[in-house]
Design a protein around this ligand. Sequence first.
Ligand code: NAD
Ligand code: UDP
Ligand code: UDP
Length: 324
Amino acid sequence: MFGSRLRVLVTGGAGFIGSHLCERLLRKGHEVLCLDNYFTGTRSNIAALIGDPMFEAVRHDITFPYYAEVDRIFNMACPASPIHYQFDPVQTTKTTVHGVINMLGLAKRTRARILQASTSEVYGDPVEHPQREEYWGNVNPIGPRACYDEGKRCAETLFFDYHRQHGIDIKVARIFNTYGPRMHPADGRVVSNFIVQALRGDPITIYGDGRQTRSFCYVDDLVDGLIRLMDTPTGVTGPLNLGNPGEFSMLELAEAVLRLTQSKSHLIFQPLPTDDPKQRQPNLDRTRATLEGWQPVTPLEEGLKKTIAYFRLALGIDPIGNSM
Ligand code: NAD
Ligand code: UDP
Ligand code: UDP
């Protein structure tokens, strides 16, 4: 009726990745319904979208049922930073299990296609490197990260069972560490922590010896991958790794942030959190074969520059380090 315009539900739409996704979907001409309980997301992330007649934001916690008529669901709701998902671990599991059951129930009733924001954390502290989708992972089921890791693993199980049992059109994206503008300054993840510390002249907190690695993907590249996965034909379910394969140690990341901010902050070493994975890098063979033409195009340095520019404005710090 409306050509290619679709009614798209984005849960967690006021969060870091979700807000970029809402913006991109609106630009593509879709109608966007954003659900968020504002646990880690903010109204300021979506402030620029309010007033757009194609955008609607509703305060809602997905652990409770929700009824709407939609064509597509991006299930992004879930705190993603260890300090936030461990703040109320039972709520984290409820979000990844009860919340996911509700969104799958909604997809079942409306026959909407549904995409799950899964995570590289399903691989735990991996003994296979880089990680392929076939790898089953190495997760401690009773540790402090389990509410998130096991919750997201159970969410994948539910997705595939609703697919097999009820014929739901599912897509599962395993997202690797993603960064960019709109990360919350107090988010607690490494990229935002290092940038905020460097800009404020505070010590850079390296956990452990800083030799553990992560692969960092710029948010625009990730959102592009999520939309392309959603647009694959029915039957293409994933899971697909989405991330940037460039792998860096936390010491290398700290050095890059210090150089790009021209900060004189010094490094301090703090204990490594329990069950902190030693290394992480996506194998993108399956993703490249499935999402023809997709690949992350933003090098770390370029993405960091854009993120630093965002935090300078957000924190009110001018280019020579003075508060504005
Ligand atoms: P974020 O914390 O900025 O966003 C999560 C959003 O979900 C927030 O707006 C929050 O308020 C909302 N939310 C949380 N629980 C909810 C609930 N029960 N009901 C409704 N809303 C709820 O994190 P992000 O980095 O934007 O992550 C988005 C999604 O991507 C998450 O599912 C996360 O697990 C996944 N992911 C992110 C990364 C990453 O590096 N950023 C990596 C892997 C997976
Ligand atoms: N649900 C929802 N919105 C809908 C349809 C269902 O929130 O539009 C919830 C519903 O409350 C239920 C869950 O999704 O608890 C799972 O739905 P399903 O149909 O799979 O299970 P059932 O209702 O048969 O228990
Ligand atoms: N980390 C760090 N300093 C910080 C925050 C995190 O050295 O201020 C480390 C953390 O121990 C981990 C890596 O950076 O090894 C990535 O942490 P993050 O919380 O960003 O993501 P995740 O561990 O979930 O991949």
